[in-house]
Design a protein. Sequence first.
Length: 126
Amino acid sequence: MSVPLYQAKAELFRTLGHPVRIRVLELLQDGPKPVRDLLAVIEVEPSNLSQQLAVLRRAGLVTSYRAGPLVMYSLSTPDVADLLAAGRRILGTVLTDRDALLDELRADTAPDPAPAANGPSTRPGR
């Protein structure tokens, strides 16, 4: 039995719902990267990055291959980069009350590395 399209879309967006996964996809927009380069930029434990890469692989958003001793990752399709660009445009439209984030979006600079999954909460009252 086939899954309804809206359910498949919801699953895709759930997959994108983690800051480390988004950061990985952003970094891979420039081309394939070895895991060690991703780890150097995304300050998370290797096991956490491995887990997030596995989620992206299962969702079909990235592909991996060996290049000698290195495991390389790349976007599975340029449409993933297009989706990230659309997200940037949407944020630019809806976040007019957040000047700092809007300035970053307009400058088209790479965002700060994603916080570690076990890092302190930035939510008020936590």
